[in-house]
Design a protein around this ligand. Structure first.
Ligand SMILES: Nc1ncnc2c1ncn2[C@@H]1O[C@H](COP(=O)(O)OP(=O)(O)OP(=O)(O)O)[C@@H](O)[C@H]1O
Ligand SMILES: O=C(O)[C@@H](O)C(=O)CO
Length: 428
């Protein structure tokens, strides 16, 4: 294994696994990638060139996130990784307590590095960094839908300031002017930042070319942190050095019926739920239903069975106002845990009953589902929509699409179900 990724959520893990499997735009192919569910216990298949460990550490207490991420680091180093990426969200999802700063600094301490790139940019999805400020499309992060996120409301677009609140050491900046001078200038700026005692350094990037420059500058870096965009140029580094030969994402098809589970309340998911529910069977699960226990796995399974073949959707997604009201009533963590467990149990019961294509919306929700499914490490297939690959179970015959909240076009659920069936005509 050449490259190891520690991802703070499951959909983000799939996102970067997809980038590494595809390789650089117009390049010589990607790496052989496997996505692991949590820190694996045994050794990796020696064929695997990039191992992506999916953790669910984005919103847990910072100390626990650090411990789990360090365990992931040890496993990856034991597999021979020369380079480690800490993958977080392209919208920098975190709180003033963490977990990006504490985890990144702990990894840097173990690897004994300073002047580490921190770059969430993902220009294809409209996430760009200018003078250390994160934009979503043409709005500052704090003016995007992310300000209403149920778990990590992003209220400050100044990444140096936001990361500074979570970090022990001062946070640096490599701005566009330097990035556009090329990899040598970036390397020099990172070295200077390290000299000043800056462990983490926000790097500007507004285009894929900027990210490729950062990737070239980081060819020998032991640690890089960022969104999936930061990996765009990395497969090419290993291929250019003759360490990897360049390969294509895997293929496959799974034939059983499909289901869709949406626990994300992000803008894109709300639109996808509305669109899908307009012409497919759908079941809304409200926070009240879940907390009172009036709706459980048996009800969801009865709904799936009654609608097998018609792409049934179960969702809890609500508007920002509904989410806030429910959180105030039941407590944020308690409600999230109950909703996530219900979706996880429902997905497991569905897979046990032969529903072998499972589409999930939401990173936390996907994490809960994937851990409960027991599908083993996931093979990376073709990209369904930007940042969302098909994932094939290696220990049970299921195919998954784990979608980040704000990813995917309005018809994503149908598109994904068809893709999981190997490009079938109908979604059911
Ligand atoms: N109606 C609701 N009210 C309050 N919380 C909800 C509701 N529906 C879902 N949730 C919780 O909100 C959280 C949504 O997070 P999740 O990561 O799944 O989606 P997301 O944040 O949109 O996706 P991503 O992290 O990929 O951007 C989950 O913990 C989920 O259980
Ligand atoms: O970076 C992104 O936007 C996604 O991979 C993600 O992590 C959302 O949860």
């Amino acid at each position: 294994m050449l490259l190891g990724v520690i991802a703070d959520d499951f959909t983000g893990a799939g996102d970067i696994a997809n980038t590494l499997a595809k390789g650089s735009p117009g390049g010589d192919g990607g790496l052989k990638v496997m996505q692991y569910m949590g820190v694996p216990s045994g050794s990796a298949d020696p064929e695997i060139e990039a191992g992506v460990i999916s953790l669910k550490t984005r919103t847990i207490p910072a100390a626990e996130a650090v411990t789990t991420s360090l365990a992931a680091l040890s496993w990856l180093l034991a597999q021979g990784c020369r380079q480690i990426i800490f993958k977080y969200c392209s919208t920098f999802d975190s709180t003033p307590e963490g977990n990006i700063g504490p985890v990144a600094e702990a990894l840097a301490d173990v690897l004994n590095v300073r002047g580490v790139i921190a770059c969430p940019a993902f220009p294809t999805m409209g996430r760009t960094v200018h003078q250390g400020h994160l934009f979503v499309g043409d709005r500052l992060l704090s003016e995007s839908g992310m300000r209403n996120h149920p778990l990590t409301p992003m209220t400050d677009p100044d990444l140096r300031r936001w990361l500074g609140r979570q970090s022990r050491d001062p946070v640096g900046l490599v701005a566009t002017g330097t990035v556009r001078k090329g990899p040598d200038a970036v390397r020099a700026a990172l070295n200077a930042a390290a000299e000043r005692g800056e462990t983490l350094v926000i790097a500007d990037a507004a285009t894929d070319d900027d990210l490729i420059t950062l990737g070239q500058a980081a060819a020998d870096a032991r640690l890089i942190t960022g969104g999936s965009g930061i990996a765009i140029g990395l497969a090419a580094n290993f291929i250019a050095r003759g360490l990897a030969s360049g390969s294509a994402p895997g293929t496959g098809a799974v034939s059983g019926p499909g289901v869709v589970l949406a626990g994300s309340c992000s803008g894109a998911t709300l639109g996808q739920v509305e669109r899908h529910a307009a012409d497919h069977p759908s079941m809304a699960v409200s926070p009240e239903d879940v907390m009172s226990g009036s709706v459980g796995v048996d009800d969801i399974m009865a709904f799936f069975r009654a609608n097998a073949g018609n792409a049934p959707l179960v969702y809890s997604s609500g508007s920002p106002e509904e989410v806030t009201a429910a959180q105030n009533r039941f407590g944020r963590e308690k409600l999230s845990n109950r909703l996530e467990s219900l979706f996880a149990d429902a997905a497991r019961a569905a897979a046990d009953a032969g529903f072998s294509r499972i589409v999930v919306a939401g990173g936390e929700t996907s994490g809960a589902v994937a851990l409960r499914l027991g599908a083993g490490p996931l093979r990376i297939g073709a990209e369904i929509d930007t940042g969302v690959p098909i994932l094939y179970g290696t220990e049970r015959p299921v195919a998954l699409a784990l979608k980040s909240g704000n990813f995917g076009g309005p018809d994503f659920f149908v598109k994904a179900l068809k893709a999981l069936a190997g490009g079938a005509e109908s979604a059911g």
